[in-house]
Every structure is written in structure tokens, then in C-alpha cells.
Design a protein. Structure first.
Length: 307
């Protein structure tokens, strides 16, 4: 019998029109998006379905993307497709926690909105930066940047693709050194800050205050923590892990390797883009991966899984 993991993407995959076909086709998706809009006092239909420059502003991006992903996920569940475990990349970890039953939809939506604001305010615009490093492993990158101040590894996404983060000048200088050391490419990312770096530790402390009043429920299924790269079933650990996650490296490759060791044989990426599917194929080319970003994708995936 298949063991299924639901996977959720992080910030950066958002795009105009995301979730619109789900909203038009399914009452479940409409309910999620309409409720989230009320809680946030935001017109999410305008923000997500139309061209809107705010969609790429962290303050708005995170709540909008989480809402759309969960609208898709809850629609998938109406077909009887349920996960055995969940995981999400950075922001996506909140989708994973809501799906696993630990966070209510309302708490997930409101917390992520505040998280986006805290991350945007943590470091003045233009001070921080992130860059993807292609063609080097973590050890090789660390050997180059280990003695350099102001730059750290942010994400280990898959073999041959990691992300560095930190002060803008330090990241730029590190990029030059990494290319000289053999990196195939170093690509600046379009982000508003040095996410998953020690520069966001204060934001993590403030996030802990935001999380404090949230009532967590017992997990119905495990989720994989970005920070630990292992399954979590104890709800008492969640708030501390989420507060740490904002300034800690995202151990995505290790997380997926752990799922494979745990016997997961079917992965379903839920949300815009196919970023996670691409990572998985580089981690394990034999992995069975489905990507749901449109209603057509949903119907095809359900048909294949039911066959």
C-alpha cells in the first residue's frame, strides 16, 4: 500500500492567477479563500487572481500563498486522498502543520501574515540578499564561506542546488569566490531579505511571541521539521521549532531523504510551480511525484491514484 506525503512550496513560486480555477470550480476552495480574506481583511481574490504588485511583497506573499495551497489541499482531501505525513519548504511548513492537524486554518493564516511582516521588517531593504549556488555541495560551499563574515548557507534543496544568505555585500563577494572555486552558477534571488540567516534571530524571537497564544492540537500525522529534518509528532516542540526556523537553514534534501527512508513512495506537491518536484527528482530520480497547481492537475492526479 502506498505511503503518501503532501509537500508544500515556499515563497517565490507565487504567481498571478494562482488558485483561481480552484475557486471557480470548488466550494471547498472558495470557503478557504473567502474565510482567509475575512480574517486578514484583504481582498485575496484580487491579490491572487489578478496582476497585483503586492503579491511579491513578503508581507502579502506568505499569507496569500499559504491560503491558496491549503485551498488546493482541502479540495484534494474531498476526493479521499489523504497524506500519511506532510512537509513544507520554509513557509510551506505552516501548510504542512495545518494539514497535519496541529494548527487551525485561522491561526495558520494570521500567524503567517505576521511572520511575513516580521521578516520584511527584520533587516532594512537592500541590506540583505540571497543567491542560489549551482553545482557545489554543502561541504564545498562551507569550505569557501566558512571564514567569511555575514554569509551563511540558507537552504540545502537538493544535490547541486543550495542557497546562501546574509549581508548583500558579503553574499555578492561569496558568489565571486564560489564561482572561482567551481560553482557552475551563482544566481541572485528576488527576495526582500536575508532569510534563514542569523540576521533574523530577533524576528524569530518576535515570532515566538506571536505563536505563544496559538492553541495547538495533537498531530493527526507526523510532519517533517525544516530545522531538524526529521518527523515531529510532539506538539509541544512545534512553536520553538517555528521560531528557530526563521533564522535556521532549511534542510530540505535531508528531509526528503528521511521520508524515503520512512517508506514514502508517493509525493504530491500542492501549490504553484513544480519547484519541489524538481528537487525530488534530483534527490531520487525514481521517486513518484505528482504536482497539483491547476484543477486539471488535480483531476489527473486523482485518476492516477485511484487507478
Amino acid at each position: 500500500m502506498s505511503k503518501i506525503a503532501f509537500l508544500f512550496p515556499g515563497q517565490g513560486v507565487q504567481k498571478a492567477g494562482m488558485g483561481k480555477d480552484f475557486y471557480e470550480a470548488f466550494a471547498t476552495a472558495r470557503e478557504v479563500i473567502d474565510k482567509a480574506g475575512e480574517w486578514l481583511d484583504l481582498d485575496l481574490k484580487k491579490l491572487c487572481f489578478e496582476e497585483d504588485e503586492r503579491l511579491n511583497q513578503t508581507e502579502y506573499t506568505q499569507a496569500a500563498l499559504l491560503t491558496v495551497c491549503l485551498a488546493m489541499e482541502k479540495t484534494l482531501e474531498t476526493y479521499g486522498i489523504l497524506p500519511d505525513v506532510t512537509a513544507g519548504l520554509s513557509l510551506g511548513e505552516y501548510c504542512a502543520l495545518e494539514t497535519a492537524g496541529a494548527l487551525s486554518l485561522k491561526d495558520a493564516v494570521l500567524t503567517v501574515r505576521k511572520r511575513g511582516i516580521l521578516m520584511e521588517e527584520a533587516v532594512p531593504a537592500g541590506v540583505g540578499a540571497m543567491a542560489a549556488v549551482l553545482g557545489m555541495d554543502a561541504a564545498a560551499i562551507q569550505a569557501v564561506i566558512g571564514e567569511k563574515e555575514g554569509v551563511w548557507i540558507a537552504n540545502d534543496n537538493c544535490p547541486g542546488q543550495l542557497v546562501i544568505t546574509g549581508e548583500k555585500k558579503a553574499v555578492e563577494e561569496a558568489g565571486i569566490l564560489l564561482k572561482e572555486a567551481g560553482a557552475k552558477r551563482v544566481l541572485p534571488l528576488k527576495v526582500s531579505g536575508p532569510f534563514h540567516s542569523p540576521l533574523l534571530e530577533e524576528a524569530g524571537e518576535k515570532l515566538a511571541e506571536v505563536l505563544a497564544p496559538c492553541e495547538l492540537s495533537e498531530l493527526k500525522i507526523p510532519y517533517i521539521s525544516n530545522t531538524l529534518a526529521e518527523p515531529v509528532t510532539d506538539k509541544t516542540k512545534i512553536k520553538e521549532l517555528l521560531a528557530r526556523q526563521i533564522s535556521s537553514p532549511v534542510r530540505w534534501r535531508e528531509s526528503m531523504e528521511e521520508l524515503i527512508r520512512e517508506g514514502v513512495d508517493t509525493f504530491i506537491e500542492i501549490g504553484p510551480g513544480k519547484t519541489i518536484s524538481g528537487f525530488l527528482k534530483k534527490i531520487d530520480r525514481n521517486a513518484v511525484v505528482y504536482s497539483i497547481q491547476t484543477v486539471e492537475d488535480l483531476e489527473k492526479t486523482v485518476e492516477l491514484l485511484k487507478a
